[in-house]
Design a protein around this ligand. Structure first.
Ligand code: MD6
Ligand code: FE
Length: 224
């Protein structure tokens, strides 16, 4: 099926919580640049399906860029400076990525966000991401900035326990979710993607998730 309206609406914001927002279409002006950088990154660190500690193969394909990359295997989840598939450092985070993440964070009220990790997830129709909390980062005061590209997905946004009720939020090409503060540890996930096709990406959704994975360090402040 082809979407005539790939971006439901642009320019507004949707409030998901006290400190959680969808910035509609925020990344649209630079979406093509982001896609070009992703195409380059995957030549250095290809998308792969990681194994969860429970022994399942993730349906999401993933890679990373930045100083630290999120990885999973039978031993658990962790951030690592090296790509376990290549033994090399993860590709450098492009400046466009960094600037987008900083400006989206400040738009949502989080000043001084400097991500050191960008997880890049690839979905095809049928792919899902089960409800989870993002808690592998050491400085939970930093927000998370999540950029949706390609075909739409339904984001589930819940409470602080897995069983709590969730709201369902459609995310379109160019939408950016920013969340932190009191909402930082909410459970969330992506429902199985419906068959669809995007004019540029085809039958794919790519999600960029920016985090600050390293511990709090006062040297990170450069206000003076
Ligand atoms: C995704 N996102 O949108 C998966 N986590 O593909 C996440 O897991 C996520 O969008 C934390 C904050 C925002 C997110
Ligand atoms: Fe997450």
């Amino acid at each position: 099926m082809i979407d005539l309206f790939e971006n439901e609406n642009t320019g507004g914001r949707e409030i998901l919580g006290m400190e959680a927002f969808v910035l509609k279409g925020f990344a649209l002006p630079i979406a093509n640049e982001l896609l070009a950088k992703i195409a380059f990154i995957q030549t250095l660190s290809p998308f792969r399906h990681m194994t969860t500690p429970g022994g399942h193969t993730m349906s999401v394909g993933l890679t990373n860029c930045g100083q630290l990359g999120w990885t999973s295997d039978r031993r658990g989840y962790k951030y690592s400076a090296l790509d376990p598939a290549t033994g090399n450092p993860w590709p450098v985070m492009p400046n466009e990525f960094l600037e987008l993440a900083k400006s989206a964070a400040s738009e949502a009220g989080f000043v001084n966000f400097v991500p050191d990790a960008c997880l890049i997830n690839k979905y095809i129709p049928g792919t899902k991401l089960s409800l989870h909390q993002d808690k592998d980062e050491q400085d939970l005061r930093a927000p998370i900035v999540s950029v949706s590209l390609g075909i739409p997905a339904v984001f589930q946004f819940g409470g602080f326990e897995r069983g709590a009720s969730t709201i369902k939020v459609p995310l379109f090409h160019g939408d950016v979710v920013v969340w932190g503060g009191v909402d930082r540890l909410r459970f969330h996930g992506i429902l199985p993607l419906k068959p669809n096709s995007h004019s540029i990406l085809g039958e794919q959704r790519i999600n960029l998730t920016f985090r600050k994975a390293s511990p709090f360090n006062s040297n990170n402040f450069n206000a003076f």
